[in-house]
Design a protein around this ligand. Structure first.
Ligand code: NAP
Length: 265
C-alpha cells in the first residue's frame, strides 16, 4: 500500500478557471520517469510522483517545487508489484489531487540474465513490474478517462518489445505485452475522446542501461521527456525516440526468422 499524506492543503489555491491539470507518474524516482515528472511540472501540471525509493522522490519533488516557487510535485511511496494495492492507491490520488488528467506508467526493471539462464524469479519480477503493474495502473486510468471522455494515458515501452531476442526473453515479452495492451486501450478509448500514447525509446542514459551489454545512439532522459511532452500535446499514438528507431525496428521486424535466430542480440 502506498504511504499517502493528504496534500489538499499543500496545493496552491486556484480559481476553477485557472485549474492546473493533474498527472500521475508511476516510476518517477530516477531516469526517464524523473525527467518526465520535471517536464510535466514545467509545463503546468501538478504531478504525483510514485516509486519505491521515497528519498529519491523527495529530492525530485523538492527540486521541482523550489524551481516553481510553489507546490507542483508530491511524492508517494509505492511498489507496483503490489498489485492489490493499486485500485485503492489510484482512488486515494484521485481524491488528494482533486482529479487526474494524465497517467504515465514508466516503472520498469531489466535484470541481467545469461544466454543459457532460465530464471523464473527474475522473469516474474520483470513481467510483474513492466506489464502487470502497467495493466493495473493504466486500466484504472482507462476506466476513469472513459467516464470523463478526456485524459491522456502514456506507457513507456521499448524497442525491445518489437521482437523476441536471445538476450532477455522475459523483458522482450513484458514490453511486447505492454504494446498490445496500450493498443487495445487506444482502440477502446479513442471513441470516448481520451488519448493513449505508446512510447518506444532506444538506448537512454539511465541506471537501467548499465545492464545492457551493447548500445549505440544513447540519448538523455531529458530528450525522452521532451519527446513524450511533444507527443502528448500533438496527441500522437506511437512514438519511437529518437525517431530513427522506427526505421531500424521496421528492418528488425521484417528480418526473416531463419536469419534473426542466428543473431546474437
Ligand atoms: N534506459 C533505457 O535504455 C530504456 C530504453 C527503453 C525503455 N526503457 C524503459 O524506461 C522505463 C524507465 O527506465 P529508466 O531507463 O529510466 O531506468 P531507471 O532509472 O532504473 O528507472 C526505473 C524506474 O522504475 C521504478 N520502478 C522499478 N520497479 C518498480 C516498482 N516495483 N514499483 C514502482 N516503481 C518501480 C524505479 O523506481 P524505484 O526503484 O524507486 O521503485 C525507477 O523510478 C522502464 O520501463 C524501461 O523499461 C528504458
Amino acid at each position: 500500500m502506498a504511504k499517502r499524506k493528504s496534500i489538499a492543503n499543500e496545493l496552491p489555491a486556484e480559481p476553477p478557471s485557472a485549474r492546473r491539470p493533474r498527472a500521475v507518474v508511476v516510476g518517477a524516482s530516477s531516469g526517464i520517469g524523473a525527467a518526465i515528472a520535471r517536464r510535466l511540472a514545467a509545463g503546468g501540471y501538478i504531478v504525483a510522483a510514485l516509486a519505491r525509493r521515497k528519498n529519491e522522490l523527495d529530492k525530485l519533488c523538492n527540486g521541482i517545487n523550489r524551481a516553481a516557487g510553489e507546490t507542483r510535485a508530491l511524492a508517494y511511496q509505492h511498489d507496483a508489484m503490489d498489485l492489490a494495492s493499486i485500485p485503492l492507491t489510484f482512488q486515494g490520488l484521485l481524491k488528494d489531487l482533486g482529479g487526474i488528467d494524465a497517467l504515465v506508467y514508466v516503472a520498469g526493471v531489466t535484470l541481467k540474465v545469461e544466454m543459457d539462464e532460465f530464471n523464473l524469479e527474475k522473469d516474474r519480477q520483470m513481467i510483474e513490474t513492466n506489464l502487470m503493474g502497467a495493466v493495473a495502473w493504466l486500466g484504472a486510468g482507462a476506466a476513469l478517462f472513459q467516464r470523463m471522455k478526456a485524459g491522456t494515458l502514456v506507457g513507456i515501452s521499448s524497442v525491445a518489445g518489437d521482437r523476441g531476442r536471445v538476450l532477455n526473453p522475459a523483458y522482450n515479452a513484458s514490453k511486447a505485452g505492454l504494446d498490445a495492451y496500450l493498443e487495445a486501450l487506444r482502440n477502446r478509448l479513442t471513441r470516448h475522446g481520451a488519448h493513449v500514447l505508446t512510447v518506444k525509446p532506444g538506448f537512454v542514459d539511465t541506471e537501467m542501461l548499465k545492464a545492457t551489454p551493447r548500445k549505440f545512439g544513447v540519448i538523455s532522459p531529458e530528450r525522452v521527456a521532451a519527446g513524450v511532452w511533444s507527443a502528448m500535446r500533438s496527441r500522437k499514438q506511437l512514438v519511437y525516440l529518437p525517431w530513427y528507431w522506427r526505421w531500424i525496428m521496421l528492418a528488425v521486424r521484417t528480418t526473416p526468422s531463419f536469419i534473426f535466430r542466428r543473431l546474437s542480440f
